[in-house]
Design a binder for this molecule. Sequence first.
Ligand SMILES: Nc1ncnc2c1ncn2[C@@H]1O[C@H](COP(=O)(O)OP(=O)(O)OP(=O)(O)O)[C@@H](O)[C@H]1O
Ligand SMILES: [Mg+2]
Length: 297
Amino acid sequence: MKNIVMFCGKGGVGKTTCAAATALHYANKGKKTIIISTDFTPSLRDIYEIEGVEKPAKIADGLYLDEIGYEEIERLWDQKFGPEVYGVFSTVVDISYEEFVAFVATIVPGIRDEFMVDYIRELSESAEYERIVWDTAPAGQTLGLLGMPSIVNEHLKPAPRIYSRLKASRKTKRSVLDVIKGWEELSNKDMEFLRSDVEFNLVTIPEALAVRQLDDIIGEFQSYGLNINNMIINHVVKDPDCDFLRTKAAMQQGYISEISAKCGGNQRILYMFPYEVKGMERLQEAERVLFANDLST
Ligand SMILES: Nc1ncnc2c1ncn2[C@@H]1O[C@H](COP(=O)(O)OP(=O)(O)OP(=O)(O)O)[C@@H](O)[C@H]1O
Ligand SMILES: [Mg+2]
């Protein structure tokens, strides 16, 4: 059992809802849990209906929440990597530090994506929490985030040859080659972390467009050597008792079979509720449905 559980999928399918219910599940089981969002338009505070701005925020006993926004990522990135990357960059280009940070933020956003993976890896290593539930932005951004470590690695391959011809300025504490080697190691470490420590849950709904996108998403994960561990089928109609719901349920049935065939049995179902899933009581209900057959965790 992996201690970090990530939720991904296309827009609006219920990633945040499933992540919130799953975090509640672990906390109910007595595991100290943090739910962390790297979606830049986060909604977890609304879903749990908590106010206040503490970071991390306490939701209930053993359940905490942290939302990481753009500004925070920029600040943390700046603290951890900024001066070092600037050290390398400023050997080639005459640029002030402030201009450089703005440049990185706008032109090379991928570096910050990698930093998110790194941030969660460090949180995991700190062993502060027994479970980390990771809610992400809609599929496009998530996959960019996953690919980042290997992309950075790829781009850095020719770098030593180029940089080794340049003399590092006096301001640079470590040699340029050392710094590049450090980035490479970091990329490998983050990729390894994703492969070995993170459980991936792909959330989908039984509708044509969502099902069609599944192959692309699964394929992209595989291209990074990552596997989807569980599929969650959300918005499933239960006990249809009118023509409207019977028609919808019949339509869903075909798609559910298709999804099941793709995921080889590792699937959970979340029924469609007649209300939005918001507040503790409703999240508990979603948790009961999602983990109805689960005796292990
Ligand atoms: N099973 C369900 N029954 C009823 N409403 C649901 C269910 N699952 C999700 N919802 C509602 O659908 C809306 C979208 O859900 P959610 O925010 O979890 O999706 P998301 O995939 O995280 O979206 P985004 O891609 O924007 O991050 C919310 O209002 C949520 O309450
Ligand atoms: Mg969401």
